[in-house]
Design a protein around this ligand. Structure first.
Ligand code: N2P
Length: 357
């Protein structure tokens, strides 16, 4: 055999080997056939004890993976490499995934516990018949702050975050819609605004916040603020509630100019293989006692009306985290702005982050 043919053979055998290895690895990562269920959720968004209880009760082994933004989650599901059985997108992501045919229909007859959801959280515009999504948690975006570190600032206005006294003393959650939304709201615009001049104005306004921003961070924002590493932070309500159980000095407020009201939901992505297990998991999370335990653990607000009875009054009665109509009426839900505008929001957010360096 000539040297060349031998070399070809070696390359050929190695290439085939690599191909097999890739296929094997892809299918074993998040393999959901048989008695396993792959759940894809936000970080810090479930009580791990409940996952263990679900496994024990059903004999299904849960493969649990996390993401930190709707955008990252959608990209991963679109790629299709992992067979996710249940995922937890926010409302605008549900609407986008539905439009892109990334979701399977949910069979309500397999969800006897659906009756525990407060009807005001059902039939919302992003999925009018709940054919593809079931409520998980809901909340707002606002400012958590440490009264003893901020002087007279009350944060009833977004502009308080821009105050000179807060140099290098503010953390921001790492979310494109949230940060852009804050910029737009602080100028009196809608957080669904698509007017290019308004978006540029928001970016310029955010650039002025730069000297106050200590860091843009993920879930560690809770630990950092509880440990008084900064005086204030832009956070999701449930993170604020969690921080406030760690450090009781802190407070949470939704500024008067308006903010975001969001709804996170359980869905069954197109990639799912264990449909029966996915329905069992969703139904399990809808059980009032389970939902209450989960809400108490993660700090977020439950849409499960029958879970409220299992929550201590200081949680379910706290208007900051279970806001009344008067507050929610001045809040906006994110619209699915369409793929181009959503990537534009991401680009602008990235530009803001780059400016910080
Ligand atoms: C929890 C993330 C909550 C997501 N770490 C709010 N949509």
């Amino acid at each position: 055999m000539s040297q060349l043919v031998r070399m070809f053979l070696v390359v050929f055998v190695v290439a085939i080997g690599l191909m097999y290895a890739t296929v094997y690895l892809n299918s074993s990562e998040g393999y959901s056939g048989g008695n396993t269920l792959t759940v894809y959720n936000w970080g810090d968004y479930v009580d791990p004890e409940l996952i263990a209880r679900f496994e024990e009760e059903t004999g299904i082994k849960v493969i649990y993976q996390t993401f930190d933004s709707n955008e990252a989650m959608m990209t991963k599901i679109k790629q299709g490499g992992t067979t996710y059985d249940v995922a937890i997108p926010s409302e605008y992501a549900v609407s986008k995934m539905k439009a892109e045919k990334l979701l399977k229909e949910i069979d309500h007859s397999l969800l006897p516990n659906l009756k525990h959801i407060d009807p005001s959280f059902l039939g919302l515009s992003f999925d009018p018949q709940n054919t593809h999504s079931i409520p998980y948690f809901w909340g707002t975006v606002g400012i958590v702050f440490n009264p003893k570190m901020v002087g007279d600032l009350t944060f009833d206005s977004w502009d308080d975050l821009w105050d000179e006294s807060l140099r290098n003393n503010v953390f921001l959650l790492d979310g494109a819609r949230e940060v852009m939304g804050m910029g737009l709201n602080s100028l009196g615009y809608s957080l669904n605004d698509t007017d290019e001049a308004h978006l540029q104005e928001a970016l310029a306004k955010l650039a002025k916040l730069t000297p106050n921003v200590k860091a843009i961070v993920g879930d560690e924002i809770k630990m950092l603020i509880a440990n008084e590493e900064a005086a204030a932070g832009l956070v999701w309500s449930g993170d604020a509630s969690e921080i406030m159980t760690e450090n009781e000095e802190l407070d949470y407020v939704v500024p008067k100019e308006g903010s975001n009201l969001w709804f996170d939901n359980m869905v069954i992505p197109k990639t799912a293989r264990n449909l029966e297990g996915a329905h069992k998991f969703i139904n399990f999370m809808l059980d009032p006692e389970v939902a209450a335990q989960n809400a108490e653990y993660v700090g977020y607000s439950t849409p499960n009306k029958d879970a409220l009875a299992f929550l201590p009054e200081e949680i379910s009665g706290d208007k900051r985290f279970y806001p009344d109509k008067e507050l929610t009426e001045r809040l906006e839900v994110y619209n699915n702005l369409g793929p181009r505008m959503l990537s534009h929001y991401n680009e602008l957010f990235l530009e803001f982050k780059m400016h910080r360096k």
